[in-house]
Design a protein around this ligand. Structure first.
Ligand SMILES: O=C(CO)[C@H](O)[C@H](O)COP(=O)(O)O
Length: 210
């Protein structure tokens, strides 16, 4: 099980500061959609240059022109690129094909997918690398989480790695770890804490203990 730090509401220098603090306790650093929208793929490139030992995920949340966007993220040295599960199958296939060509991985974000079970099975058959259940900020605000959806994908996904994101904190991590996803994605649960290093260390310890 890996730990991914998601950075969303910071600029590039702030992102570097946070990563520097928690570097030894995380496996993957995510350059979040807001950062990429504001700073561009330059953010991915700069973080990979600064932290070559970490995998870097570009959270493009691609919806169309998928092969092109995966190609551009690969040029910026992303290791993993995200696409939305609600995208057309043709887009998913384009992303997977381009990622294979570039030696990269595709994570599909199931945000806003209504029938998680059916779509997860379809995506699994399309050869994606990760399938991720995700409660975005706007649903977190009305008290939702993805813990039940995680059980669903754990049951039906046979080939891809499973991932979970959305509002995971130190006090909810144990429940997530119990479901044994391959990847746990944490943003504010680390980045908004006073003691980021201590929190990331504790989270990595819980993940290791499984
Ligand atoms: O993709 C995202 C929002 O769309 C976030 O990166 C993801 O939800 C993780 O952050 P947090 O743990 O703060 O919810």
């Amino acid at each position: 099980m890996k730990l991914q730090l998601a950075l969303d509401l910071v600029n590039i220098p702030e992102a570097k500061e946070v990563v520097k603090e928690v570097e030894e306790y995380i496996d993957i650093v995510e350059i979040g959609t807001p950062i990429i929208k504001i700073e561009g793929l330059r953010a991915v490139k700069e973080i990979k240059e600064a932290f070559p030992g970490l995998e870097v995920l570009a959270d493009l949340k691609t919806m169309d022109a998928a092969a092109y966007e995966v190609q551009k993220a690969s040029e910026a040295n992303a290791d993993i690129v995200t696409i939305l599960g609600v995208a057309e199958d043709e887009s998913i296939k384009g992303a997977v094909e381009e990622a294979k060509k570039q030696g990269k991985e595709i994570l599909v974000d199931l945000i806003a997918v209504k029938d998680i079970e059916t779509r997860a099975k379809e995506l699994d058959a399309l050869g994606v690398d990760y399938i991720c259940v995700h409660t975005g900020y706007d649903l977190q605000a009305v008290g939702k989480n993805s813990f039940e959806d995680l059980q669903t994908i754990k049951r039906v996904v046979k080939n891809a790695k499973t991932a979970v994101a959305g509002g995971i904190k130190l006090d909810t991590l144990q429940e997530v770890v119990k479901a044994q996803p391959d990847l746990v994605i944490v943003g504010g649960g680390i980045a908004n804490q006073e003691d980021k290093k201590g929190t990331a260390a504790k989270m990595q310890e819980m993940i290791q203990q499984g």
